[in-house]
Design a protein around this ligand. Structure first.
Ligand SMILES: Nc1ncnc2c1ncn2[C@@H]1O[C@H](COP(=O)(O)OP(=O)(O)OP(=O)(O)O)[C@@H](O)[C@H]1O
Ligand SMILES: [Mg+2]
Length: 380
């Protein structure tokens, strides 16, 4: 019997999961959020530091185990925000030193993928849609290969950015999904698919222009205090104006009604949210379908926080049905960042003897820019 504890800390979520023989027996997570603006890495790291002990002991309680029962500590090594990764690694090393158990380094993206095994998918193409990452991945000759990906920003960050400009805090995805359900008019947006890759930054610019048109572009608040030498280059008047205006409520669709101009259609923020989802999710579905056709695989697995979106799930379901493939969607708690997926992947690696003994922990470090296809998969 093996018991592996997994620590997740790559970005906004600090999580601890426990796995016993392939079964999740605890999954405790706490997420850093903001009322307006995006993630401030140092603030998120502080959040992790302040909550780590509470989450850890809650996870042990939920699992019904004592510290001494743990066989190894797994942690997310990368990719992610360095200050956040460091908090997770420091905590993992603290436990390893205290418990004299091995440490297992886990790639965060592969953890999102491996947890999909719980759905019983056996050899899927994975549509991995999260904050920083948007990749279409499938296993081929010793590695998880990236068949397609975003050429600029991750789809979650793209949605959060759009939300931020509309005055919605982090994470923006769930609020945008709610607004999209109220949208009635489809507003045409650029559609950017290049083979199995997609590009999102042009669509973001287009959306910002449309927000401006309806008079509600919310200037992004400065996310970090800038060094003095940079402050002088900033339009101070604009900053003061932003501060005075504060962040405005976005729920009233009336407020966002555009004035009818010569060439303008009337649309609301809800219409924009709806149009954004229809356009961007169609791009994702198209590239995922192309990867299914190219690899000849018959399973599509969803992963990452954006996969919580019910419209994206619905569109994937329709595509899979049309081409005789099967769609697998993990439970919501395993789609977003979570400790359980790190423990689960950690157990696979541990059983494959892919770990480092406690006396050698100085050889363990974070890898903030580690890519899915850099990791050798020795257990398949
Ligand atoms: N219902 C939803 N619709 C759309 N997006 C959503 C929804 N729920 C969450 N998201 C988005 O999911 C993202 C967070 O997902 P996740 O926790 O997997 O990502 P991450 O860890 O930030 O990124 P990565 O895995 O690339 O490091 C956020 O951008 C959030 O807005
Ligand atoms: Mg993630």
């Amino acid at each position: 019997m093996t018991i592996i504890l997994g620590i997740e800390s790559t970005a906004h979520t600090f999580g601890v999961g426990v796995v016993r023989n392939g079964k999740i027996i605890a999954n405790k997570n706490k997420t850093y959020t903001t009322k307006a603006g995006g993630i401030i890495p140092m603030e998120s790291a502080k959040h992790h530091c302040e909550n780590k002990h509470e989450i850890y002991f809650e996870a042990l309680d939920d699992a019904g185990i004592k510290e001494k029962d743990i066989d190894a500590i797994a942690f997310s090594q990368g990719p992610g925000l360095a200050p956040c990764l460091i908090e997770g690694m420091k905590f993992a090393k603290e436990l390893v030193t205290k418990l004299k158990k091995p440490i297992v380094s886990v790639n965060h993206c592969i953890a999102h993928l491996e947890i999909g095994r719980l759905t019983k998918a056996s050899d899927p193409v994975m549509l991995y849609v999260s904050g920083a990452n948007t990749q279409i991945i499938a296993y081929e000759s010793g590695k998880y290969r990236i068949f397609g990906e975003t050429l600029d920003i991750g789809v979650g960050n793209f949605i959060d950015n759009f939300a931020r400009y509309a005055g919605i805090g982090f994470p923006g995805g769930p609020t945008i999904e709610k607004l999209a359900k109220k949208g009635k008019n489809y507003i045409e947006l650029p559609y950017k698919v290049k083979g199995m890759d997609i590009a999102l930054s042009g669509i973001l610019t287009n959306l910002k222009q449309k927000l401006e048109k309806i008079g509600k572009l919310n200037p992004a608040p400065p996310t970090q205090k800038l060094p003095a030498h940079l402050c002088s280059q900033i339009d101070k008047k604009q900053l003061m104006k932003n501060a005075r205006n504060g962040i405005k409520s976005v729920n009233s669709s009336k407020k966002f009604r555009a004035k009818r101009g010569k060439n303008d259609r009337e649309y609301t923020l809800s219409d924009l949210a709806y149009s954004m989802q229809e356009t961007v999710f169609a791009m994702l579905v198209e590239t995922a379908e192309r990867a299914l056709a190219h690899t000849g695989k018959k399973e599509l697995l969803l992963g990452g926080g954006v996969a919580c979106n019910s419209r994206l799930q619905e569109m994937c379901k329709i595509m899979c049905k049309e081409r005789g493939a099967k769609l697998f969607v993990p439970e919501k708690q395993f789609l977003q960042d979570n400790g359980a997926m790190v423990a689960y992947t950690g157990e696979i690696l541990f059983n494959n003897r892919d770990y480092i003994k406690s006396e050698d922990i100085d050889n363990v470090d974070i890898v903030p820019r580690q890519r899915t296809d850099q990791v050798e998969i020795k257990y398949k």
